[in-house]
Ligand binder design. Structure first.
Ligand code: PMP
Length: 295
């Protein structure tokens, strides 16, 4: 299947305060963000035109930039209005929303104190994967060689483009071996997360998930913990070593893109997608569905 490249699509993109034709939303090759990783982004989903937890995503977007030492030139409210405007302008209600910010061209060495901060917001169609039968088969995960870095080594709470370098390498290696994705350990050898999603396990009717102290504390992760507690399902956030995976029944990953997706295998460990995963898939689907369409 050939996919139309992302720079050759129709529609509009919000860029530095204006809605511009999709193909005109360009940056120069001499941009600090490209050369030195001075870039942060968000990944959000709109359901029926309404972005799930839009404010939380825009707050994280600003925090991600601050952790890299720059301030976005737009407030949370301005970013939320811009996201809504670009969704409406493109006229599609079920979309992925991709805000991105980067340091521009005014300075092209390590120091970028005076580089302009650019912000763009694009949306594209990405139907949500709530087909239960497919989901309940579960996905297969490799175990990545790269580990999530010590928070003293990298700004791990930032959704910084640079932190995804090891994710793409790990995902490619996993895909070459026939896996859907890879689970990553952290710098101490503990279970951490996947390349673009957080991870949960079940045992004796309770959820277990790693403490988000050196990787993104996903907005979906926080939502799943909340949904589970509302159902009276216990949630333990704790240190999980890989050997312990043998003691869990179910496993699932969660994130804006993945939503809640069961896992059937992680390296040598096998899991059986079951009732807790199914319940949380359904509860998450209900939670993200707006009471009324946005437009
Ligand atoms: N970890 C990583 C590395 C991610 O890329 C994502 C997706 N943004 C997540 C976790 C999940 O975050 P969220 O639930 O906020 O989408």
């Amino acid at each position: 299947m050939s996919i139309l490249p992302f720079d050759q699509r129709d529609g509009v993109i919000w860029m530095n305060g204006q809605i511009v034709p999709w193909r005109d939303a360009k940056m120069h090759v001499l941009s600090h963000g490209l050369h030195y990783g001075g870039s942060v982004f968000e990944g959000e989903r709109a359901y029926n035109g309404v972005i799930f937890k839009s404010r939380e995503h825009s707050e994280r977007f600003r925090t991600s930039a601050e952790l890299l030492g720059f301030e976005l030139p737009y407030s949370v409210d301005e970013l939320m209005a811009a996201k809504d405007a670009v969704i409406r302008a493109n006229g599609v209600r079920d979309v992925y929303v991709r805000p991105v910010a980067w340091r521009g061209s005014e300075m092209m060495a390590i120091s970028a104190q005076n580089a302009k901060i650019h912000v763009a917001i694009a949306t594209w169609e990405w139907p949500s994967m709530f087909d239960m039968a497919t989901k309940m088969k579960g996905i297969r995960l490799d175990i990545a060689e790269y580990r999530r870095p010590d928070p003293q080594t990298a700004p791990s709470a930032s959704k910084a483009a640079g932190l995804y370098m090891i994710c793409t390498i790990s995902k490619h290696k996993a895909e070459r071996k026939g896996y859907a994705d890879a689970m990553m350990l952290d710098w101490q050898g503990r279970v951490a997360e996947c390349t673009g999603a957080n991870i949960f396990f079940t045992r004796d009717g309770e959820l277990h998930t790693p403490i988000a102290d050196c990787f993104l504390n996903g907005i979906t992760r926080q939502t799943v913990i909340d949904l589970a507690r509302r159902r009276g399902i216990g949630v333990a956030e704790r240190r999980i070593m890989p050997e312990e995976l043998a003691t869990f029944n179910e496993a699932f990953v969660c994130g804006t893109g993945a939503e809640v997706t069961p896992v059937s295998e992680i390296g040598p460990y096998k899991f059986t997608p079951g009732n807790i995963s199914r319940t949380l898939i359904e509860d998450y689907a209900a939670e993200v569905t707006p009471k009324a369409p946005a437009f």
